[in-house]
Design a protein around this ligand. Structure first.
Ligand code: GTP
Ligand code: MG
Length: 361
């Protein structure tokens, strides 16, 4: 799609050369809206031709993606914290596809995904970067791996942003009600600051002319555009600065201070347990007790990803549990009364007691 790409590039160049001040604020806001709209068109078009690329499915274990420049030690870290063996090499692009491994921490399991290194320009398709980044829309946590020789994460954050992924950020608090007529009414609840004219012109850029928009927080043009598009993914992220054993480490560590990086050394086996603890602490897990209908309960609960369904739990126990599934009963927070019947799509909650009934045969 060279035409759209060129148009986006031109608009981006225009933002770069325009100095930001009160007088140019509206102009820049409108350009940003134009870019977002073009990106949406590009995305929709590329979806039609999609089919290649990586895909990961959510299960009961949280998925964690190791993302970073080539050769910083992503595969070495995967090998250190999981049972997997991903190839390690002293040259860039050793890893060419996604290599999964299972990390165990206390009574929990996590699916760690070692990804190919990502270089600047990933969204333009350099080094399969776009496919790598788009996989991350489905993970539960992003671990950005850096080293003292490639320690500036800003291009990585930019690539994530282009793919609609926002890290360590909350979704904008706003609601939109589209209508047939009545014009555009932007109102606010509570204390929030924004430039109403600017937001109106951004809305129009997206073809929204009749709508009630209620804002519950202060809005910059970027946050407002995210809210209008509604297809952004908000994910937690942590940062690792690997190769802490090298003399160049200190300088990079100071540079990264605001990201609160975890210093690790795979070769010297430093902070590997701390890393596991930090990963586990960032993902929300819940405990579900499986109660056989004709026997005492299992002592140990199953520890699963928050958001798991009855189907996810059944699959993890045995494929037969899904194939012969009749219904399940739950006593606990996810239902209104004890032994309530639920289906496969029901989401379990922490502390639920679950009994699965199977069809005979
Ligand atoms: N000094 C030092 N070297 C390390 C450390 N961890 C990994 N390395 C080395 O860094 C090089 C790259 O390691 P990999 O694990 O292959 O890096 P990667 O990020 O997976 O690289 P790509 O798959 O190419 O993106 C190898 O030579 C490793 O031995 C570390 O903690 N300290
Ligand atoms: Mg690798």
């Amino acid at each position: 799609m060279p035409a759209i790409d060129d148009e986006i590039k031109e608009l981006e160049a225009e933002i770069k050369k325009t100095q930001y001040n009160k007088a140019t604020e509206h102009h820049i806001g409108r350009i940003k809206a134009k870019i977002a709209r073009l990106e949406k068109v590009r995305e929709e078009r590329s979806k039609k031709g999609a089919g290649t690329g990586f895909f990961i499915k959510k299960g009961i274990y949280p998925s964690i993606g190791l993302l970073g420049p080539p050769s910083v030690g992503k595969s070495s870290i995967l090998n250190a914290i999981t049972n997997a063996e991903s190839r390690v090499g002293a040259f860039d692009f050793t890893t060419l596809s996604i290599v999964p491994g299972v990390m165990e921490y206390r009574d929990m399991k996590f699916r760690i995904l070692d990804l190919p290194g990502v270089i600047e320009g990933a969204h333009e398709g350099r080094g399969r970067g776009k496919e790598v980044i788009s996989v991350l829309r489905n993970v539960d946590l992003i671990v950005v791996v850096l080293d003292p020789f490639k320690y500036d994460p800003s291009y990585i954050i930019k690539e994530l942003q282009r793919e609609g992924i926002r890290i360590n950020q909350k979704p904008p608090k706003m609601s939109i009600l589209l209508k047939d007529k009545g014009g555009l009414n932007i109102t606010k609840v509570g204390k929030s600051e924004f430039d109403i004219e600017l937001l109106e012109s951004i809305s129009r850029e997206f073809g929204i002319i009749n709508a009630d928009i209620i804002l519950r927080q202060s809005m910059t043009p970027d946050v407002f555009i995210d809210g209008l598009l509604g297809n952004r993914v908000y994910l937690p992220a942590i940062f690792i600065l690997n190769k802490a054993d090298t003399p160049e480490f200190q300088k990079a560590y100071e540079f990264l201070e605001s990201f609160n990086p975890i210093p690790t050394s795979v070769t010297k086996k430093r902070n590997i347990d701390l890393l596991k603890e930090k990963i586990a602490g960032k993902v929300r897990m819940i405990r579900v007790h499986l109660i056989p209908w004709n026997a005492p309960a299992d002592k140990e609960p199953m520890v699963v990803r928050e958001g798991s369904t009855v189907e996810d739990v059944c699959k993890a126990v045995h494929t037969e549990f899904v194939e012969k599934f009749k219904f399940a009963t739950i006593t606990g927070k996810s239902v209104r009364f004890p032994n309530q019947r639920v289906g496969l799509q029901h989401r379990v909650q922490d502390g639920d007691n679950l009994t699965v009934f199977l069809n005979k045969g």
